[in-house]
Design a protein around this ligand. Structure first.
Ligand SMILES: [Zn+2]
Length: 110
Protein backbone atom coordinates (compact mmCIF):
# COMPACT_ATOMS: atom_id res chain seq x y z
CA UNK A 1 0.00 0.00 0.00
CA UNK A 2 1.01 3.64 -0.32
CA UNK A 3 1.24 6.28 2.38
CA UNK A 4 -1.65 8.73 1.94
CA UNK A 5 0.54 11.60 3.13
CA UNK A 6 3.80 11.26 1.22
CA UNK A 7 2.97 8.51 -1.30
CA UNK A 8 5.90 6.27 -0.42
CA UNK A 9 5.36 2.51 -0.52
CA UNK A 10 4.84 1.12 3.00
CA UNK A 11 4.15 -2.26 4.52
CA UNK A 12 0.52 -3.03 5.35
CA UNK A 13 1.60 -4.15 8.80
CA UNK A 14 3.02 -0.76 9.75
CA UNK A 15 0.85 1.56 11.81
CA UNK A 16 2.83 4.62 10.78
CA UNK A 17 4.75 5.59 7.66
CA UNK A 18 8.49 4.95 8.01
CA UNK A 19 9.21 8.01 5.91
CA UNK A 20 6.93 10.80 7.17
CA UNK A 21 5.67 9.18 10.42
CA UNK A 22 2.06 9.79 9.38
CA UNK A 23 -0.49 7.41 10.78
CA UNK A 24 -1.62 4.90 8.18
CA UNK A 25 -5.21 3.79 7.72
CA UNK A 26 -5.68 0.59 9.68
CA UNK A 27 -6.74 -2.69 8.22
CA UNK A 28 -9.59 -4.61 9.89
CA UNK A 29 -7.07 -7.07 11.24
CA UNK A 30 -5.01 -4.38 12.96
CA UNK A 31 -8.16 -2.78 14.31
CA UNK A 32 -9.07 -6.06 15.98
CA UNK A 33 -5.57 -6.48 17.38
CA UNK A 34 -5.65 -2.93 18.78
CA UNK A 35 -9.01 -3.53 20.40
CA UNK A 36 -7.79 -6.77 21.93
CA UNK A 37 -4.70 -4.97 23.23
CA UNK A 38 -6.52 -2.10 24.89
CA UNK A 39 -9.08 -4.52 26.32
CA UNK A 40 -6.54 -6.94 27.71
CA UNK A 41 -4.04 -4.27 28.70
CA UNK A 42 -1.23 -6.62 27.71
CA UNK A 43 -0.32 -5.19 24.32
CA UNK A 44 3.36 -5.24 23.42
CA UNK A 45 4.18 -6.78 26.79
CA UNK A 46 6.92 -8.85 25.21
CA UNK A 47 9.03 -5.80 24.26
CA UNK A 48 9.93 -4.55 27.76
CA UNK A 49 10.48 -8.16 28.90
CA UNK A 50 12.84 -8.89 26.01
CA UNK A 51 14.44 -5.48 26.52
CA UNK A 52 15.39 -6.31 30.09
CA UNK A 53 16.52 -9.82 29.17
CA UNK A 54 18.79 -8.47 26.41
CA UNK A 55 20.07 -5.62 28.59
CA UNK A 56 21.06 -8.05 31.36
CA UNK A 57 22.54 -10.54 28.87
CA UNK A 58 24.70 -7.75 27.42
CA UNK A 59 26.46 -7.60 30.77
CA UNK A 60 27.67 -11.19 30.37
CA UNK A 61 27.74 -12.17 26.70
CA UNK A 62 28.50 -10.23 23.51
CA UNK A 63 27.74 -6.77 24.98
CA UNK A 64 27.45 -5.03 21.60
CA UNK A 65 24.94 -7.53 20.20
CA UNK A 66 22.64 -7.79 23.21
CA UNK A 67 23.08 -4.11 24.09
CA UNK A 68 21.81 -3.08 20.66
CA UNK A 69 19.03 -5.70 20.84
CA UNK A 70 18.02 -4.19 24.20
CA UNK A 71 18.00 -0.69 22.71
CA UNK A 72 15.84 -1.90 19.82
CA UNK A 73 13.37 -3.50 22.28
CA UNK A 74 13.38 -0.19 24.20
CA UNK A 75 12.39 1.62 21.01
CA UNK A 76 9.57 -0.89 20.44
CA UNK A 77 8.48 -0.42 24.05
CA UNK A 78 8.27 3.35 23.51
CA UNK A 79 6.20 2.85 20.36
CA UNK A 80 3.95 0.07 21.60
CA UNK A 81 3.70 0.25 25.34
CA UNK A 82 5.25 2.87 27.60
CA UNK A 83 7.48 5.81 26.71
CA UNK A 84 9.12 6.09 30.13
CA UNK A 85 9.66 2.35 30.46
CA UNK A 86 11.17 2.27 26.96
CA UNK A 87 13.59 5.10 27.77
CA UNK A 88 14.65 3.33 30.98
CA UNK A 89 15.31 0.13 29.00
CA UNK A 90 17.38 2.05 26.41
CA UNK A 91 19.46 3.75 29.13
CA UNK A 92 19.87 0.45 31.01
CA UNK A 93 20.92 -1.30 27.77
CA UNK A 94 23.55 1.36 27.04
CA UNK A 95 24.91 1.32 30.61
CA UNK A 96 24.98 -2.49 30.79
CA UNK A 97 26.49 -2.69 27.30
CA UNK A 98 29.34 -0.38 28.40
CA UNK A 99 29.77 -2.29 31.67
CA UNK A 100 29.73 -5.58 29.78
CA UNK A 101 32.41 -4.29 27.38
CA UNK A 102 34.57 -3.13 30.29
CA UNK A 103 34.15 -6.49 32.04
CA UNK A 104 35.07 -8.49 28.92
CA UNK A 105 38.07 -6.19 28.34
CA UNK A 106 39.20 -6.81 31.92
CA UNK A 107 38.70 -10.56 31.52
CA UNK A 108 40.97 -10.53 28.46
CA UNK A 109 43.70 -8.76 30.39
CA UNK A 110 43.71 -11.36 33.15
ZN1 LIG B 1 4.48 8.93 4.50
Amino acid sequence: MKCPTCGISVSKRNLTCHSCEAELPRTAEQEMAATAESGGGGGGKIFPILGWVFAILSLFVIPILFGIAGIVMGVFTIKRRSKIHGIIIIIASIVLMILGSVISALMMMV
